[in-house]
Design a protein around this ligand. Sequence first.
Ligand code: SF4
Ligand code: SF4
Length: 378
Amino acid sequence: MAVKEEFLPKWIAWEITRRCNLQCIHCRSSSTIESEQGDFSTEDGKRLLDDISKLSKPTVVLTGGEPLLREDIWELAEYGTKLGFRMCIATNGTLVDDEVCRRMKEVGIRMVSLSLDGSTPEIHDDFRKQPGAFEGVVRATELFRKHGIPFLINSSFTKRNAFDIPNVYKKARELGAKAWYMFIVLPVGRGEEANAELLNDKEAEYWLNWHYELEKELILKGDNTILVRPTCAPHYYRIFYQNAKRDGLDLKRRNLVFGTGGGKGCVAGQSIAYIDCHGWLRPCSYFPESDVNVFDVPFHKAWFESKIMQDMRKIEEFKGRCGVCEYVKICNGCRVRAYWKYGDYMQEDPICNYVPVKMRIGLKSPGLDLSKKESGGI
Ligand code: SF4
Ligand code: SF4
């Protein structure tokens, strides 16, 4: 079977444990210290990495929960490195010490991602529900700098902390992050309970426009100190294009070596995927459903056989505004937000308020009665 290069895995997040020592309000898996460890053995884990390598040599991010709580993390990471994968770790930083850094280097960890959701201990610790979490992140960045381990910072935002976005960016830069990802929280996991706090379409648009100005300034100055990207806001690619056109600029965006998107807003199920601690394969970590388990069906088969994964690649079958949008090939819309709003992941992304040209000139879109659409987000 001829396989389109764009539909091969380039980035996989693998939840190696669900246990976590924090209880963040937006956590996709509602993890706690008592959550299950994950059913798979070290040998099963290595077999999974072998299966992935039959398709490609992606970036593999070991995540959780808190992945450092899993004892065989170094064995799995080293195995992945030997297979030629770019192995990364996503940690909350609180368990990082000199020994952890030494092991990271030993097994070839290429990048670590940390979460920082506030520029001060008060804001971050309130979001993370853990006094001392902020200090844990700052201490981890000091250790990474000392040991020469590159790290990036993910920052999650809701109405609770969005006011602090510019300061968090400055803090990430000051701490020496190679990249800063501004993540607009989705309605999943514990985040579902916090739905009232989610940014709506207008607020998201405001902050994505702010982000465009930031990225524009960095590009125009030739400032490569830190790379910036919003994550899980695919319509940023539409906003970036529209604003650059308005400004009469031909802005060359930097590529992320360890990024997920490339030249497109969302590539869930197309070139990225998520495997949970029980082996369920999903298009991304926030996707609520799975129809295949990689401990039953080997990854290199599951990647193609899963109907959900196949659907993610059928851009021409998207519905609503995304179905007729002239930006769909660079944006894709968020399939998770579509699912939560309409119960159908092929529907339009409700956090984007763009009305495509074809709709404005009266062409009908399949599958959505716009007269019933509420405004103001999800
Ligand atoms: S589907 Fe939505 S949540 Fe998943 S990676 Fe894409 S933008 Fe993010
Ligand atoms: S309508 Fe859909 S495809 Fe078009 S910009 Fe918005 S989210 Fe992207």
